[in-house]
Write a protein that binds this ligand. Structure first.
Ligand code: MG
Length: 228
């Protein structure tokens, strides 16, 4: 709604519009690195004592199965399929035993990683921001209620051109969902709508233009991405 005032035209949002706008603008995306032992081994990484945390900006989100356009700055974009948690209430310093009440929906996503840029950054001890947070680097599915699933024994997978490339089970995580939420909340105020990428199992690999990626929770296809 546009109002004329002494200071010129001012754009006011109605209550509902404003809430939507704020929720979208303020959401955070967290990623957990090195949460599956077999994936740590395939990239010759060290096993961490605490979760490895990175963030992606909101502009990394790719929703509604829209295609991914291969960017010019990398020659080695990898897929990493991951279970997503969606935070459902505000919290900080959350005790691990209450952490399960801070998310009620799960989804699946792909943590696209520019492995060439990440490898360079790792060699120099520099941040991963551009390797992990570039535009559209976070395709996500719709979210579904967690109550229908066993969080400690959840199967998920990724197909590339119809061939199974990654198969994970949450029982193989080094850090549980509850531990991750508790740990993150020591540093960051978690808010409704924040999304956590909980780490990738082994089998990550490069994508190419023309690829079709599909991601599954149990046997349900939840997400697909065409690479263009
Ligand atoms: Mg990842």
């Amino acid at each position: 709604m546009i109002f004329e005032t002494k200071l010129g035209k001012v754009n006011f949002y109605s209550g509902k519009q404003k809430r939507k706008f704020l929720l979208f603008k303020q959401m955070k995306i967290f990623g957990i690195g090195r949460n599956y032992a077999a994936h740590i081994a395939e990239l010759n990484n060290e096993r961490p004592d605490e979760p490895v945390i990175f963030t992606k900006p909101e502009t990394a989100l790719l929703t509604r199965n829209r295609p991914f356009y291969y960017p010019g700055f990398s020659n080695d974009i990898h897929f990493e399929v991951e279970i997503l948690l969606k935070i459902c209430k505000v919290g900080k310093n959350i005790d691990e035993k209450f952490a399960h009440t801070y998310y009620d929906e799960i989804g699946i996503g792909i943590d696209f990683t520019a492995r060439d840029l990440q490898t360079k950054a790792k060699e120099k001890g520099l941040p991963w921001a551009i390797a992990k947070g570039f535009n559209d680097s976070a395709p996500i599915s719709n979210f579904i209620p967690k109550k229908d699933f066993d969080m400690q024994n959840l199967n998920f997978s990724l197909n590339q051109n119809g061939e199974v490339k990654q198969q994970g089970n949450t029982s193989l995580m080094l850090f549980s969902f509850d531990y991750i939420i508790s740990y993150l909340s020591k540093f960051f105020l978690l808010k409704k709508g924040d999304i956590i990428f909980t780490g990738t199992p082994k089998g990550v690999g490069p994508i190419a233009i023309g690829d079709k990626l599909e991601a599954f929770i149990e046997n349900e296809k939840m997400l697909y991405v065409d690479i263009k």
